[in-house]
Design a protein around this ligand. Structure first.
Ligand SMILES: Cc1ncc(COP(=O)(O)O)c(C=O)c1O
Length: 480
């Protein structure tokens, strides 16, 4: 009996051997993957920023899941044709649509190392070093936005999860029974309303605060709405301000909003997914004054720190609010070993087991140094100002207000033509050409284009090229 069991185990082990490549095989896998990534990266400077899916006639091969493994060459070839190429090249220096990030190479190495060691950074005793590193990295983010000692946070998959996490913490802290009112402006990111819905506050009284001509929340109007609610017996619960809106990058008047929140006991949440981490550079700090007074802030290193997608962060000025909302225990999770590591990430977030995210953020900060990030951020803000100035000086172009951060909204006013339709067609042409990628939005009921400068790879020559493409396309369309 035992002998038969041993033989069966030996057979199963043999069959599962492909899961355990030896050292030489690991080296050749890594070398091939590295060469693949290098080919991709070396194509970026001159390659298109957008390639359409190859059309209905080019049927992609079936995605199969074979019982026997295939060669890496075959799988990488599939990736190159059917995954790497079609769609937006978000790592391109000429990708300035939506909100770019970039995808730092150092972070790819960090991800590789985190996945290879598979350190369990959810529970402090399991990986004291990884949890210390994660808490220190979050501590660095909190300090960057001016939060005091005693704050805490957690790395999330992105800005939406960071906002949701904060809203759940705010609900537990100030709106357990429901009924409190929420204040935001129409320029708030749509993930806020989604988060309210997920957090069970779909029916919370929503107050939309008007914005000024620079698309910033009007603090005086917020004060009026708060006072009206209080007078009518409605309890102000949550004020959501934007540290950089997605459409125009406008920063709400955070310090004034903080005053009103304090006066009325409302929770002050700042959605800094796009702009909050510009606090690293001087230009950002002057635009974002007041963010340090938030109760919670959502940040997105996969935007403003140029990381690959999958890294957001939420920070709370009082660690207790996250712990109250998210800590949990189970009989099978018993403390052992180190007990002075700080809170477990699993107690600060809805997640338990998760990728050891801090490594992809900590490693580039170590290797490139914080100064490189600071300078890259200042460069992006300067490029946005340059783009705005140059376009403002050209006939036919309407630019919105000078950018608070690194997004510029603009549109072309055709001679006698219909502006919305013209700008929609202009954008489509630009995207179809595929050299530069911009995106559009609606502002005040009209179509506008946006140039969002945030990739670490975007420099002056790319912004100049974008201006040339826009000028040429508008002239071509006017001549038709
Ligand atoms: C201001 C703002 N908030 C929240 C989000 C959502 O972040 P994510 O896409 O990382 O979930 C975005 C995304 O662009 C954003 O710009």
């Amino acid at each position: 009996m035992i002998e038969a069991a041993r033989a069966e185990l030996a057979r199963l082990r043999k069959e599962a051997e492909p899961l355990e490549p030896g050292a030489p095989e690991r080296s050749s896998l890594a070398a091939a993957a590295f060469a693949h990534a290098e080919r991709f990266l070396s194509d970026l400077p001159e390659g298109p920023s957008y390639r359409p899916w190859q059309g209905p006639s080019a049927h992609p091969p079936q995605i199969e899941f074979p019982d026997e493994g295939r060669s890496l060459e075959e799988t990488l070839a599939f990736l190159e044709s059917w995954v790497d190429r079609p769609g937006i090249a978000t790592a391109s220096p000429r990708f300035m649509g939506y909100v770019p990030g970039g995808g730092l190479f150092h972070s790819a190495i960090g991800d590789f190392l985190a996945a290879a060691s598979n350190k369990y950074a959810g529970f402090a005793p399991a990986a004291p070093g990884a949890v210390r590193l994660e808490n220190a990295t979050i501590g660095w983010l909190a300090k960057a936005i001016g939060f005091p000692a005693g704050s805490a946070g957690t790395l999330t998959s992105g800005g939406s999860m960071a906002n949701l996490t904060a809203i759940v913490a705010a609900r537990e802290a100030r709106d357990e029974q429901g009924g409190g009112a929420v204040y935001l402006s129409a320029t708030a990111h749509h993930c806020i309303e989604k988060a309210l819905r997920i957090a069970g506050r779909r029916r919370a009284p929503l107050r939309f605060v008007p914005t000024d001509e620079r698309h910033r929340m009007r603090a005086d109007k917020l004060a009026e709405l708060l006072e009206k609610d209080v007078a009518e017996g409605v309890r102000p619960w949550l004020v959501v301000a934007s540290a950089g809106t997605v459409d125009t990058g406008a920063v709400d008047p955070l310090a004034e909003i903080a005053d009103h929140c304090e006066r009325h006991g409302a929770w002050f949440h700042v959605d800094g997914a796009y702009g909050g981490l510009f606090m690293l550079c001087g230009e950002g700090r002057s635009a974002l004054a007041g963010i340090e007074r938030a109760d919670t802030a959502a940040l997105d290193p996969h935007k403003t720190l140029f990381l690959p997608y999958g890294t957001g962060a939420v920070v709370a000025r009082d660690a207790g609010t996250l712990l109250d909302a998210f800590s949990a225990s189970a009989d099978y999770i018993q403390p052992f070993g180190d007990d002075d590591v700080g809170p477990s990430p699993g107690d600060l977030s809805p997640e338990l087991t998760r990728h050891f995210r801090a490594l992809r953020l900590w490693l580039p900060l170590q290797l490139a140094g914080v100064g490189a990030f600071r300078s890259a951020q200042s460069e992006k803000i300067a490029l946005a100002r340059y783009f705005h100035q140059r376009l403002s000086a050209l006939p036919g172009w309407e630019t919105g207000p000078a950018p608070d951060l690194s997004i510029v909204a603009f549109r072309y006013r055709p001679d006698g033509g219909e502006a919305d339709d013209f700008n929609r067609r202009l954008l489509r042409r630009l995207q179809e050409e595929g050299r530069v990628f911009l995106s559009g939005t609606r502002i005040g009921g009209a179509d506008w284009l946006r140039c969002a400068i945030l990739s670490f790879r975007t420099h002056l020559e790319h912004v100049d090229e974008t201006l040339e493409v826009l000028i040429r396309l508008a002239a071509e369309m006017e001549a038709e």
